[in-house]
Design a protein around this ligand. Structure first.
Ligand SMILES: [Fe+2]
Ligand SMILES: [Fe+2]
Length: 308
């Protein structure tokens, strides 16, 4: 695992230069160099308007179908209250809320959805509830990606796409550093949530190797599809989004159990996830104007404009 770009901390101090091989020794040295950040943690739900915003976001379509009952939302919030974070992560949320609201909204939606699905799929989840921290922190590394790229409406160039994809390793480095632990699930999910079971993901092309990684991977894709994105003015409707995700499971890219749990919660009768039958017929259609995955020709202006 080699860094293609430098990683700076949240105050823009260089942590590791481009070309660094992320060995255990390098990470241990990096962590022991962290004298500035106290390891004190604070509850994420009590930070700023996070609690109010989560309730607002999951009360809107299509999430209101997944979270229809007030008492279920209260129970979920009770679980989420246990999730704590170091201050730099909370500061990064403030940054996204102010400068890139789409990412802020996404992090909180993935927090809620991954917490819900983990409750179904991880048997001793009550004891492991803190693992839900992996949901909101999965894209922490986007703090290192220029806003110009995060908010670009037209297709990214190859160079821009590479910088965006680097949010995985950057997030892993930042969370290892701030949590002072290179093995935490939260840091590993930041690194691995774009991996796929058939090895077609990034940054390493490895299989998904943990239930929580699988849960965040599916929650991440679902929220990306059903939300408005800079690169896609119209979001997927619920049916088309679920069909897209079923397609990923059919191609062995993501976990069937997680997909079935998501579908179970999207149905009004809320069956147990193991009882969900998947219809073979697909009737949804992706929305028009989606430029995701299209790589633009690089112009001189692009080449000089991505390093701000
Ligand atoms: Fe991501
Ligand atoms: Fe994400």
């Amino acid at each position: 695992m080699k860094l293609s770009y430098p990683v700076h901390d949240i105050d823009n101090r260089l942590l590791l230069p481009a070309g660094t091989e992320l060995s255990g020794d390098v990470l241990e040295d990096l962590i022991s160099s962290n004298h500035t950040t106290p390891s004190q943690t604070l509850p994420l739900l009590e930070h700023g308007s996070v609690r109010k915003d989560i309730v607002k976001f999951i009360s809107q379509p299509p999430y209101q179908l997944i979270f229809p009952e007030k008492q279920d939302i209260s129970k979920l919030l009770k679980q989420m209250e246990k999730v704590q974070f170091v201050l730099p992560f909370l500061r990064s949320l403030d940054y996204f809320k102010q400068y890139d609201f789409t990412t802020y909204n996404h992090l909180l939606n993935v927090f809620a959805l991954s917490t819900l699905l983990a409750g179904d799929l991880i048997p001793d989840y009550e004891e492991r509830i803190r693992e839900s921290a992996a949901g909101p922190a999965h894209d922490f590394g986007k703090i290192t990606v220029p806003l110009k790229i995060l908010k670009k409406r037209t297709p990214l160039t190859r160079a821009e796409r590479d910088i965006l994809d680097h949010h995985t390793l950057a997030g892993y480095v930042l969370l290892s550093y701030y949590k002072k632990d290179p093995y935490s699930l939260t840091a590993r999910v930041a690194r691995d949530h774009h991996e796929r079971n058939d090895g077609s993901g990034y940054p390493r092309g490895i299989n998904l190797n943990d239930r929580m990684v699988e849960i965040v991977a599916v929650s991440d894709v679902y929220d990306a599809l059903v939300s408005l994105r800079p690169y896609r003015p119209i979001s997927y409707d619920k049916r088309s989004a679920l069909e897209e995700i079923v397609g990923l499971a059919e191609q062995n890219k993501v976990s069937w159990d997680v997909v079935k749990a998501l579908i179970a919660h999207s149905r009004t009768d809320k069956p147990h996830y193991q009882e969900v039958e998947i219809p073979s017929e697909k009737r949804g259609a992706p929305p028009p104007g989606n430029v995701y995955g299209i790589i633009a020709e690089e112009t001189d202006a692009d080449a000089s404009g991505t390093s701000e």
